[in-house]
Design a protein around this ligand. Structure first.
Ligand SMILES: [Zn+2]
Length: 65
């Protein structure tokens, strides 16, 4: 049958629907966290994270000091 059950991109377990699963499209919060970590700490972030306005202000202060 063509029941297209979405699968967790992390562990490939079947994922419950959005209605009953707040971690959708992941199977669980744990997998969601893992994916997040992958994005933050993995190859995707090689170009460097953008500086927040906070840090930029900090830099400027330091320069003019
Ligand atoms: Zn999972």
């Amino acid at each position: 049958m063509s029941k297209s059950q979405p699968k967790c991109p992390i562990c490939e377990k079947e994922v419950a629907g959005r209605d009953e699963n707040e971690a959708f499209p992941f199977c669980s919060k744990r997998c969601k966290q893992r994916d997040l970590g992958k994005w933050l700490g993995g190859n995707y972030a090689v170009a460097g994270r953008p500086a927040g306005p906070h840090e930029i202000a900090h830099e400027i202060q330091r320069d003019s000091d």
